[in-house]
Write a protein that binds this ligand. Structure first.
Ligand SMILES: *[C@@H]1O[C@H](CO)[C@@H](O)[C@H](O)[C@H]1NC(C)=O
Ligand SMILES: *[C@@H]1O[C@H](CO)[C@@H](O)[C@H](O)[C@H]1NC(C)=O
Ligand SMILES: *[C@@H]1O[C@H](CO)[C@@H](O)[C@H](O)[C@H]1NC(C)=O
Length: 311
């Protein structure tokens, strides 16, 4: 009885697999034909069979908006700049991309960076860091966008100072006022007070210049202007209580696992299956009871099983 049922279900799943392959082939061939006829220029970009290099696949999501509130009007907009065969696109607080201007079927498009954090120098927001772009050897492409005063908002210059490290100059009237990019006025009361204290401590020589810079960095991180280096903090925390922590973790893991074992034993007992795993040890209950404890799809009751759809 069970054998024939198994056979039937296997034939069914083979049939389904065959249908799946067939419909996949149909979809692919019709999609291919449509693209070639209707949009030859984007065929290369959208072709799912091509490598990732030609598709825009962000590695990370952009950081939330931060910085001078009056720059929020730029979020969601994009500005482009064409130089020789490349079009560069800068979407403030989102990304920088590069698009080869050609009618070749496999025109290159790539991500030069995703919005991550500000560059702050001399208490001023001086640039936007767009990092984690497409791979370039063993690192990722990154772009620093400099904000300079200009009559209208536009990308004014693109360069590649070092391999896969790009520099964009973005002109906008939004940064023409001499105070428009100052950090201090944008901070909340609490962080402004912390900065005041750091200033005082530096003045009274309670902290060194280096210590002062560290205090400021913490303030900028808390404000969300700089990305927190979580990796940096973890080793400090772990330094001393390392052994204790790993032991605690170990016991915790052991407790979790033994609870899982108990749960499974209860499940087995409930189904009259011995949990002694002696080889060939046909325990009283297991032998004759097997068909009874299997539900119709061949799984233990309570076990969702793997890929139930194919069985
Ligand atoms: C880049 O940012 C723009 C504007 O927010 C967005 O529409 C686009 O999908 C982004 N592109 C990538 C590859 O993330
Ligand atoms: C730093 O910023 C202040 C105020 O904006 C400015 O007067 C000064 O020239 C700047 N110094 C440097 C070295 O950029
Ligand atoms: C398990 O075995 C007991 C007696 O040994 C029986 O009463 C019970 O119905 C069985 N349960 C199942 C699920 O087969």
């Amino acid at each position: 009885m069970t054998t024939s049922m198994h056979l039937i279900s296997r034939i069914c799943s083979l049939g389904r697999l065959y249908l799946l392959v067939l419909s996949l082939q149909l979809t692919l061939s019709s999609a291919g034909k449509m693209k070639i006829v209707e949009e030859p220029n984007t065929f290369g970009l959208n072709n799912p069979l091509l490598g990732q290099g030609n598709r825009l696949q962000p590695k990370v999501s952009p950081s939330p908006f931060s910085g001078p509130p009056h720059l929020h009007v730029l979020a969601g907009k994009c500005f482009s700049y064409t130089e020789s065969t490349y079009k560069y696109e800068f979407c403030p607080f989102h990304n920088v991309t590069q698009h080869e201007q050609t009618f070749r079927w496999n025109a290159y498009s790539g991500i030069l960076g995703i919005w991550q954090e500000w560059e702050i120098a001399n208490n001023t927001f001086t640039g936007m860091w767009m990092r984690e772009g497409d791979s370039c050897g063993n690192k990722n492409r990154q772009t620093k966008v400099l904000l300079v005063c200009g009559g209208s908002s536009k990308l004014a210059q693109v360069s590649e100072p070092s391999t896969c490290m790009y520099s964009l100059t973005f002109e906008t009237p939004l940064v023409c006022h001499p105070h428009s990019l100052l950090v201090y006025p944008v901070l909340g009361d609490k962080l402004q007070k912390e900065w005041d204290e750091a200033e005082q401590a530096l003045y009274e020589e309670f902290v060194t210049e280096q210590g002062y810079n560290k205090l400021l960095k913490d303030i900028f991180e808390e404000a969300g202007y700089l990305k927190t280096q979580k990796v940096k903090e973890t080793p400090n925390v772990q330094k001393n209580p390392k052994n204790f922590e790993s032991l605690e973790k170990c016991s915790e893991e052991v407790k979790k696992l033994s609870e899982e074992v108990k749960r499974l034993q209860v499940l087995l007992t409930h189904h009259n299956i011995s949990s002694n795993k002696q080889p060939g040890g046909k325990s009283q209950a297991a032998g004759g009871a097997t068909p009874a404890v299997l539900s119709q799809d061949g799984h233990l009751r309570g076990d969702p099983g793997v890929l139930p759809g194919l069985l």
